[in-house]
Design a protein around this ligand. Structure first.
Ligand SMILES: [Zn+2]
Length: 233
């Protein structure tokens, strides 16, 4: 139990820190005004990339912004869609960054999209198998536990692979966003740090979530090795 916390507490703290940074940078950059709204920004960047046919929709929620690759729609939260702020402009440009990646069949995005069903399947199998492993331990069928753990490790590794391949996708969408924003004169060079602040914080949440999964997989591998080792003795 103690080793579990040793493995998982540091990435958990990082995840909490990242969440706090996203909220606080979003709030502070929502006070810095921009010339265009999030929706206007998204339209401008899409059009300049020839993506006239990709619509921009408003979607309910806070920080619910995303690009939907299956229906080819950019969906922005009301604050981002309507807001004339650095936060709105930065997030809108980032989501359009994903639309541009999709249009250009950017390789990490293609791989990530292919990994989605595998990761979802792996994640749900792994969680179920972990419960079965606990159950097996309770009823004294501990011989089954290493095998169940191995299945869980494979399942969680699929999630980990998805999260790792997602990192370049996120970083690239943000760097495209910044290039487009300055290139099209939506923000000035002097305003770039404002947008960077929001996008860096958002990227950190992905890094933290990935580290959490890496720590989890490492923990289960560690336990698996301990178990198979003690079985052999
Ligand atoms: Zn993104």
């Amino acid at each position: 139990m103690l080793t579990y916390f040793l493995f998982l507490i540091p990435p958990m703290l990082l995840a909490m820190l990242a969440q706090w940074m996203v909220q606080s940078s979003y709030r502070s950059m929502s006070r810095v005004p921009s010339r265009l709204s999030g929706a206007e920004t998204a339209r401008r960047i899409l059009d300049s990339n020839g993506l006239y046919n990709i619509p921009i929709e408003q979607t309910p929620g806070h920080l619910s912004d995303h690009y939907d690759p299956s229906s080819k729609v950019v969906r922005l939260s009301p604050e981002v869609y309507q807001g004339y702020t650095m936060s709105s402009v930065g997030i809108a440009a980032h989501e359009v960054g994903h639309a541009i990646q999709d249009a250009k069949s950017y390789a990490p995005l293609v791989i990530r999209n292919m990994a989605v069903p595998v990761a979802n399947f792996g994640g749900s199998i792994a969680s179920m198998v972990m419960m079965a492993a606990f159950g097996a331990m309770l009823v004294g069928a501990s011989k089954l536990v290493p095998l169940l753990m191995l299945v869980a490790i494979v399942g969680f590794s699929a999630v980990m692979f998805f999260q790792i391949i997602n990192l370049p996708v996120e970083f690239n969408a943000s760097s495209r966003a910044k290039t487009e924003l300055v290139g099209l004169g939506i923000i000035s060079h002097q305003e770039l740090p404002y947008v960077s602040k929001v996008l860096t914080a958002a990227a950190l949440t992905y890094v933290a979530a990935t580290l959490q999964t890496v720590a989890q997989v490492a923990y289960y591998v560690f336990q698996f090795l301990l178990m198979t080792q003690s079985n052999r003795d």
